[in-house]
Design a protein around this ligand. Structure first.
Ligand code: DGY
Length: 321
């Protein structure tokens, strides 16, 4: 008998079609996973889950007595209750490496767009508001090259950001992470420092740490106050690693100059969120890893992990916590 799989939110079509040849696949998108009766029925028979941002908690697991593996199509796995999964002997996997450069490109894109005010000036040109041959100084941006960049979280993505900053933009790099990384320090002339030093000395601050109980809300009022008034803050991690209301306040009171955000406390972001009204905030809808090439690679890797687990082999990207 074929094994049963729940596919959720995002599995790229060629990968989904391949899985459909070998398994009974139930594909769901944007449903209420707590109450949808058909979803809960399929879940009660499923051996595998593959997908993006499905909240796998105690409540969901109570409906999944046959589950063997949850394969995330993402590197972040804050959607998984690892304690519950481990207790039940259910494997969990993610998709590191294949998205590293793409996320670093997104973060760097946000950094440049925010510093040089690209979306705001794009609107100005398109609205027919470019009236003088020489643009007025009120529209000038700030340089990126040769500035000081603080990176919070020096994992794979943090290092890919450091590579771009060091070799492409001659930036001076400070970093803060759980452990010191001498090889990174040597490769990118990066300096390890305390979080407070990083916050107060950097011109740009990139937050790229995973969301865990330790990092939740790690950047709030006190941290924004420590930043330079000219400081530009970029969040490429998860919305909940910061206290969003404190960011709103810091921008309103000019405690910091601008922000570039790919992630929000609540996603999709609420249309009345004050951040969306601010010209000095550049946003993207959590697309850090979302290019055609990388999404396909992530789906392929997630399917590979899923199939290994379902066939009694150790998945290559087993989350080991
Ligand atoms: C990831 O892989 O964690 C990306 O942020 C997509 O969720």
């Amino acid at each position: 008998m074929k094994k049963k799989i729940i596919a959720y939110n995002r599995v790229e079509t060629p990968v989904l079609e391949d899985l459909q040849k070998k398994y009974d696949v139930y594909f769901y998108k944007n449903i209420d996973t707590k109450t949808d009766p058909l979803f809960l029925e399929h879940l009660s028979e499923a051996q595998g889950i593959i997908g993006l941002e499905l909240e796998v908690d105690k409540e969901l697991l109570e409906h999944a007595p046959h589950l063997e593996i949850v394969s995330n199509v993402s590197v972040g796995h804050n959607n998984l209750d690892m304690e519950q999964l481990t207790e039940r002997g259910i494997m969990a996997t993610n998709t590191p490496d294949v998205l590293t450069d793409t996320v670093a490109d997104t973060v760097f894109g946000l950094l440049i767009s925010t510093a040089r005010r690209i979306p705001e000036l794009d609107q100005l040109v398109k609205n027919g508001e470019w009236k003088t041959e020489a643009i007025e100084p009120e529209y000038f941006g700030t340089d990126v090259h040769h500035k000081k960049l603080g990176i919070i979280g020096m994992g794979r993505i943090g290092q890919a950001i450091a590579q771009r900053a060091h070799f492409g933009f001659d930036m001076d790099i400070l970093y803060h992470s759980r452990t010191r990384k001498p090889d990174v320090e040597e490769k990118f002339s990066a300096t390890y420092c305390t979080l407070d030093e990083l916050l107060s000395e950097s011109d740009f601050i990139c937050l790229i740490t995973p969301l865990t109980p330790e990092t939740e809300g790690m950047i709030g009022k006190r941290e924004f106050q420590l930043m330079k008034k000219s400081g530009i803050f970029i969040n490429g991690s998860r919305g909940k690693t910061i206290v969003e209301q404190d960011l709103i306040d810091a921008l309103k009171t000019s405690e910091i100059a601008a922000a570039g955000l790919d992630v929000f406390e609540k996603e999709p972001v609420n249309a009345i969120n004050p951040l969306l009204q601010m010209k000095n905030v550049v946003t993207t809808p959590h697309i850090g890893s979302s290019t055609y090439e990388t999404e396909l690679k992530m789906s392929e890797l997630a399917a590979h992990n899923l199939e290994a687990g379902l066939n009694g082999r150790k998945p290559p990207n087993l989350i080991d916590e």
